[in-house]
Write a protein that binds this ligand. Structure first.
Ligand code: NDP
Length: 485
C-alpha cells in the first residue's frame, strides 16, 4: 500500500516514480518507503474528485452522516494500531497518540451529527423587511477542495478538515506531510472499508513543492484548507490569489500563559509543563511565553525546574515516557538553532539547553526553560515549535495583558488564577482565538479553532468548521408569483 497513492477509490502507482523515506525519530531508522506523487498525480486525483462531486454533492446530509459515523467506528475498531503507527512515525508517547485518535473519532462523530442536521436547514426562509418578496437560503458544498496538513498531529488535523468537508458535500484531495504520511494513508483503507464512493477522498503523498503547490494552482480546486507554517502559508495565499480560490489558513502561534499571584502553584506547574512539553512542544497552540506575577515567580520557577528535570524522555513505547524526540531532523536542527541563538543573546537558562543525554540515536532535546527573556529576543517573538519555554515576570494585571498581546500571533492563551471574575476579565482582553482558564489545552469538536492576527484566516471545528466548506445561496422571488402558483 505504501508504494501507491489513493486515487478514485483505488491504490495506484504514482506517475513520477519518486519515493519518500519515512523515519522513526526515536531511532532514526527508515520505517517505510512511501510513494510520492507529482503534478500529474494531482491532476488524476482532482479529476476523480471532480467526477465524484456530481453524485456526492447531491446526497442528503443524512446519507453523508451515515458514512461519517461508519468512518468513526472503523477508526475506533483500529484505534490501537493507528495510535502505534502514529507514535512510531511522529515520536510522540503512545498515550498522546491514543488521545489523538480519540480526538479524531470525536471529530468524525461530531460532523456526522452536523451533516444529519443539514437537511432541515435547507431552504430556510429568511425574513425580509422589503415587502412583496420571499427569500430562502441553502448551504451548498464549495466543490472539490485541497487539504494540506502538517506532521505534528497527524490524523487529528486531517479529521478537522476531511470530516467537515465530507459533511458539507465536498470531495477532496488530501496531501499529508511528507514527514508523517503513514497514519494518514490509512484513511484510504478506512474509506474503502466503509464503501465510501470512489473519488470522494483521494490521498496524494509527496513534497510541498510538488504536490502541495500543484493543488494550490489547480483550476478545478475550489478551495484550499492549509495548516502549517507562516512561511508556507504566505506562499499558499499568493498561489490561490491568482484564481481567487477560497482559503483557510491555520498557522503558527506564540501563545502566552499568564499566572496570577493567587494561582495554585502545584496546578500551575502541571499546566505550564503540559502547555509546552506535550508533543515535545511541537504544538501551534503551545503556551511558549510564560508570564509570572513577580510575587510568585521565585517559588514557581524552582518548582518548574525540579519538575522539568524529572520528566522522562524516551521512545514512544517505553513505560512511563512523558516526552518523545522531535519529529524530524529538520525540526531538531531548527530548535537547537534557537537554543544556540538564546545562548548567543546571553539569555539565562533555568534548565535544559542541550541535546538530551543518554540517547545514542534519536532527535531528543532536553526540555528547556529560559528566564528573563527580553521582549525583543527572537526566542520571545518567533514560534520555535519545540520544547523551549521563555519566561518573563509582570507586576500588574494591565502589564500582563499588554505583554500577552504584544505578539504577531494570536492563536491561544492560558490564564491561571483562583479568582474566577478576574480570569474572565483578563480573557476578554486577550487577542487570541481560544483562551483556557485553569485548564490545559482543552479542545473539543464543538469549539472553534483558529487564530487572531498572523495565526491564520478562518476557523476550524464547530459549525464554523463546516461553514468553511459551504457556499451560501439565496433564492428570492416575488410573493405574487408564489401566490399565483
Ligand atoms: P509547513 O508549512 O512546512 O508544511 C505544512 C504542509 O504544507 C506540509 O504538508 C508541506 O508539505 C506543505 N507545503 C510545503 N510547501 C508547500 C507549498 N509550496 N505549497 C503547498 N504546500 C506546501 O509546516 P510544518 O509541517 O513544518 O508544520 C509546522 C507548522 O504548522 C508550525 O508553524 C505550526 O504552528 C503550524 N501548525 C498550525 C496549526 C494550527 O491549527 N494553527 C496546527 C498545527 C501546526 P511537506 O512537508 O510534505 O513538504
Amino acid at each position: 500500500m505504501y508504494d501507491k497513492l489513493f486515487i478514485n477509490g483505488d491504490w495506484v502507482a504514482p506517475r513520477c516514480g519518486k519515493t519518500l523515506a519515512v523515519i522513526n525519530p526515536a531511532t532514526e531508522e527508515v520505517i517505510a518507503e512511501v510513494a510520492a506523487g507529482g503534478a500529474a498525480d494531482v491532476d488524476r486525483a482532482v479529476a476523480a474528485a471532480k467526477q465524484a462531486f456530481t453524485g456526492w454533492s447531491k446526497t442528503s446530509g443524512a446519507q453523508r452522516g451515515v458514512y461519517l459515523r461508519a468512518i468513526a467506528r472503523a477508526i475506533e475498531a483500529r484505534a490501537q494500531e493507528l495510535a502505534a503507527l502514529s507514535s512510531s512515525n511522529n515520536g510522540k508517547p503512545l498515550f498522546e497518540a491514543q488521545i489523538d485518535i480519540e480526538d479524531a473519532i470525536a471529530t468524525w462523530d461530531y460532523y456526522a451529527g452536523l451533516a444529519e442536521q443539514l437537511d432541515a436547514r435547507q431552504n430556510a426562509e429568511v425574513p425580509l423587511a422589503m415587502p412583496g418578496y420571499r427569500s430562502s437560503s441553502r448551504l451548498e458544498p464549495a466543490g472539490v477542495v485541497g487539504l494540506i496538513v502538517p506532521w505534528n498531529f497527524p490524523f487529528v488535523t486531517t479529521a478537522w478538515k476531511v470530516a467537515p468537508a465530507l459533511a458539507a458535500g465536498c470531495t477532496l484531495v488530501l496531501k499529508p506531510s511528507e514527514v508523517t504520511p503513514l497514519v494518514e494513508l490509512q484513511l484510504g483503507t478506512i474509506a474503502q472499508s466503509v464503501g465510501l464512493p470512489a473519488g470522494v477522498i483521494n490521498i496524494v503523498c509527496g513534497s510541498g513543492s510538488d504536490v502541495g503547490s500543484a493543488l494550490t494552482v489547480h483550476p478545478d480546486i475550489a478551495k484550499i484548507s492549509f495548516t502549517g507554517s507562516n512561511r508556507v502559508g504566505e506562499i499558499v495565499m499568493q498561489s490561490v490569489a491568482k484564481q481567487v480560490k477560497g482559503l483557510s489558513l491555520e498557522l503558527g502561534g506564540k501563545s502566552p500563559m499568564l499566572v496570577m499571584d493567587d494561582a495554585d502553584l502545584d496546578q500551575a506547574t502541571d499546566w505550564i509543563l503540559g502547555g509546552i512539553f506535550y508533543n515535545a512542544g511541537q504544538m501551534c497552540s503551545a503556551t511558549s511565553r510564560l508570564l509570572l506575577h513577580d510575587s510568585i515567580a521565585p517559588k514557581l520557577l524552582q518548582r518548574l525546574k525540579t519538575a522539568t528535570q524529572a520528566l522522562k524522555l524516551g521512545d514512544a513505547f517505553e513505560e512511563g515516557v512523558q516526552m518523545g524526540p522531535l519529529t524530524s531532523k529538520a525540526q531538531f536542527d531548527t530548535v537547537m538553532g534557537y537554543i544556540e541563538r538564546g545562548r548567543a543573546e546571553g539569555l539565562t537558562l533555568l534548565t535544559g539547553g542541550t541535546r538530551a543525554e543518554g540517547f545514542e540515536r534519536g532527535y531528543f532535546i532536553e526540555p528547556t526553560i529560559f528566564v528573563d527573556v527580553p521582549t525583543d529576543s527572537a526566542l520571545w517573538r518567533e514560534e520555535i515549535f519545540g520544547p523551549v519555554l521563555c519566561v518573563r515576570t509582570f507586576s500588574s494585571e494591565a502589564e500582563a495583558i499588554e505583554l500577552a498581546n504584544d505578539s504577531d500571533f494570536g492563536l491561544a492563551a492560558g490564564i491561571i488564577s483562583q479568582d474566577s471574575a478576574r480570569a474572565q476579565r483578563i480573557a476578554e482582553q486577550l487577542q487570541a482565538g481560544h483562551i483556557w482558564i485553569n485548564s490545559l489545552q482543552v479542545v473539543c469538536p464543538e469549539t472553534s479553532w483558529g487564530g487572531f492576527k498572523r495565526s491564520g484566516i478562518g476557523r476550524e471545528l464547530g459549525p464554523w468548521g463546516l461553514s468553511a466548506y459551504q457556499e451560501v445561496k439565496h433564492i428570492t422571488r416575488p410573493l405574487s408569483e408564489l401566490e399565483s402558483n
